[in-house]
Design a protein around this ligand. Sequence first.
Ligand SMILES: [Zn+2]
Length: 439
Amino acid sequence: MYRTHLLASAAQRFFALVAALFAPLIFVAQDPATPTPPQDPVLAKARAVINELCSPDLHGRGYVNGGDSLAADLLGAKFKALGLEPMKGSYFEPFTFNVNSFPDPIYAVIDGMALEPGVDFIVGPSSGKASGSFGIAHVTPADLSGESASRTFGVITGKAVHFKVPATKNADSLALFAKMERELMYYAPVIKRSSGKLTWSVAQEALPFPLLEVLPEAISDSAETIDLRLRNTMIKKHGARNVWGWVKGKKPGKGTVIISAHYDHLGRMGEAIFPGANDNASGVAMLLSLAERFAKEPPDHNVFFIAFAGEEAGLQGSTWCVADRPIEWSTVKLMVNLDIMGTGDDGIMVVNATVQEEEFALLTQINTDKPRLADIKSRGPACNSDHCPFVQKGIPAIFIYTLGGIAAYHDVNDRPETLPLTDFVDIHHTLSDFLHALK
Ligand SMILES: [Zn+2]
C-alpha cells in the first residue's frame, strides 16, 4: 500500500512538472469566448464546510480524540455567526450514551501479510480486545450445530477462529450465522471474509473478543496464524451535544418547521479515519446553506435548525431531543431531515412521503414549475435516520436523501475530494422554495 502511494506521488510530481512547463501554452490555447463560469457561492460555501467537517483534525466526528465534540463547537460557532437565535439560552443540547471506540493503532498480520485497517479489514463495532499471536481454527456453521458445538468450543480456546460462512441471501440463515458469530466472540478473536465492500458502523456495547471482517483475499482456508494487537475503549456515558438554533418567523402563531441533519460520523478505527463527507457533512452543509438564507429572509413560520449528534450510534441525538422537548411539538408543521446530500444524479428520495402526502405534492409541484431535480421519488415510512423518533412521536416529518452517483458509504472512501455535490445547488433552491411555500 505504501509502495503504490509513493509511485502515485512520483507520477503526480511528474505531471505537475509537465503542467508547469506547458501552462503558458494551455493559457493561450483557451477559447476566450468560453471562460470558466464562476463557482456558485452556495456550492463554494458547501465545499468549504464539507472540507472543514472532514478534516483529520475532527477525527471523523466520532468517539476518538473527542472528534464529535470538536465538530459541535465548530457548528455552534457557525450557528451564532449566521445570526441564529439560541434555543433555551444555548446552542447546545447535551446528553449521554454508551459507545464502543478504537483509539489505538490496530495491527493485524495473517501468515506474515500485514493488513491495512479500513482498507483490508474493519473491526466489528462490538469488538473487544485481543493481543498476541494466535493459531487459526477454521470453523463452519455445521461445527457449531448440535453435538459438534461443544467439541468446537473446546478446540478454539486460545486460538483465533476463521468463521467460514456459506454465501447466502436467506434471511434466516444470515440471522443464524450472525448469532453464531456473536457467540464465538465470547470465546475467541473471530475473522470473517466480507461478502461485499467493507462497511463500518458504531456499537453501544463491547463483547469480550474482537471480530475482524477482512477482504476475501486477505485470508485463505489454510491460513495458520494471526498476529493481532487491538484494543477497544468502551465509553460509558459519553457526553454528546446536539447543536441547535432558530430563526423567528415573520408571522407569529404560524408554527415551526424543523430542518435537521446529523453531524456525527463513525470517527476513527485506530489510524483509519472515516471522513463521512456524504454521510453527513453534506447534509450539514445543506442545513447551513438554508440557515444562512432563512436568517436573511425569514419565512412566515419559525425555522428550528438541529444538527444531531449520535445518529450513527443508533439515532441517539434525535431520540434524546424528542424526549427533551425544547419546543411544544404540536406546533411543528413539518420536520425535514437531510442525510446524504452529496449526489443527486438520479434525483432525491423522500422517506415518509406516503404519510405526508400534501407536503410531497407541494415539493413535486415546485419541481414541475421550476424543473431542477431529475426525479423526486416517494417512499413509505422507514426508521433509517433522525426523522424516525419524531415520526414515532406523531410529529410530521420527511427525510430526504440524494440518489445515484458514488457508492462510498460508511467507509474510508467517503471523502470530500470525490464527493460530486451534483445537485446540491438545485436542492438548496428547491428546498428553499418549498419551505417558503409551506402553509
Ligand atoms: Zn447518515
